[in-house]
Design a protein around this ligand. Structure first.
Ligand code: UFG
Length: 342
């Protein structure tokens, strides 16, 4: 089995496309599977422009086991990265079964096929959401997970548990769960980036669409939190830095350096940033003024969460490198490129 082959499920999406670029640049051969449910083929064209390599692409839904079986039959890869999941917290509350079916079934299918076809290494896209409203900050990987506050969060916790149980049961399987904090920004080439459908749920796409004139005004959800400036604190991680964390996770497993068959790493910067600071940072980085107002708190938001990244720093040899202002500049360059703004 080729140790250089990586199946990237959800590779046309926001984090998946950035990771595909980093894998190709690290010398891996990437097979992208995506059903374009929240992405389109333009991201793969962007990958090709950046790297000069067109990744192998199969249009398939990871919930379709027979379609996935064909991918396992046809292509030579020893590692899988599983990005193919729904991620809108509010939608998951309204339509829980959509989330349980898609996010869990896709992962179960992939794991079953990995065992059946003797593939060894898997990275799972987990989230800081598994910590819930943590009692002690920053959170370490040993911080107890709180009960999830949304079906989306539940699928992340359950998928982590499925991976842990499967690596326990299967001597040939290694797994790493990466707990992402708040991924933002775009590739410095502005060829790939985040492209949410409809009204953005997340802060940075809402900011860039407001700057582009697509949204009238950004609402800052809550100015009365018990934080220094009253807005929520998050750990905003650059998407290229995040993508690189996947490469080192794959390297670790391929080279047999894992300390145990199931490992978990926080992937963040380790620094809390408030919503006001982020908005000001965006204005300064891009030399523009943003139309915003303070609005009511959003249901389900935690006051603060940020990562202790010691484990990823020491074990993976990974740390966030890009400065926040560069990340915020890249987000705006990407939005301008997509909207054809000069
Ligand atoms: N925010 C605003 N206005 C907006 C959008 C967001 O003020 O229009 C604020 C939120 O209240 C929050 C911060 O910006 O304080 C970040 O919000 P995001 O929606 O960008 O990100 P979240 O921290 O809510 O969500 C992220 C991931 C989820 C994950 C969650 C929990 O996107 O996948 O963290 O850890 F579930």
């Amino acid at each position: 089995m080729s140790r250089r082959g990586v199946l990237v499920a959800g590779g046309a999406g926001y984090i998946g496309s950035h990771t595909t670029v980093e894998l190709i640049e690290a010398g891996y051969e990437v097979i992208v599977v995506d059903n374009f449910s929240n992405s389109d083929a333009s991201s793969l064209e962007g990958v090709a422009k950046i790297t000069g390599v067109k990744p192998i692409f199969v249009e398939a839904d990871c919930c379709d086991k027979e379609a996935m079986r064909k991918v396992f039959e046809e292509y030579d890869f020893d590692s899988v990265i599983h990005f193919a999941a729904f991620k809108a917290v509010g939608e998951s509350v309204a339509e829980p079964l959509k989330y349980y079916r898609n996010n869990l079934l896709s992962f179960v299918n992939i794991l079953e096929l990995m065992v059946e076809y003797g593939r060894h290494n898997v990275v799972f896209s987990s989230s800081a959401t598994v910590y819930g409203d943590a009692d002690v900050l920053p959170v370490t990987e040993l911080t107890p997970r709180k009960p999830a506050t949304s079906p989306y969060g539940n699928t992340k916790q359950m998928s982590e548990d499925i991976l842990r149980d499967m690596t326990t049961a299967t001597e040939t399987l290694n797994g790493i769960a990466l707990r992402y904090f708040n991924p933002i920004g775009a590739h410095p080439s502005a060829q790939i980036g985040e492209l949410p459908r409809g009204v953005p749920n997340n802060l940075v796409p809402y900011i860039t669409q407001t700057a582009a004139g697509i949204r009238e005004c950004l609402s800052i959800f809550g100015g009365d939190y018990p934080t220094p400036d009253g807005s929520c604190l998050r750990d905003y991680i650059d998407v290229v830095d995040l993508a690189k964390a996947h490469v080192v996770a794959i390297n670790r497993m391929v080279e047999g350096r894992s300390k145990s068959r199931y490992e978990v790493f926080n992937i963040g910067t380790g620094s809390p940033v408030s919503v006001f600071e982020l908005v000001r940072g965006f204005e300064q980085a891009n030399n523009l003024k943003l139309n915003y107002k303070v609005a009511a708190r959003r249901a389900g938001d935690v006051t603060a969460v940020w990562a202790d990244t010691t484990l990823a720093n020491e074990e993976l040899g990974w740390r966030a490198e890009r400065e926040l202002c560069d990340t915020l500049r890249s987000a705006w360059e990407w939005e301008k490129n997509v909207r054809r703004i000069k």
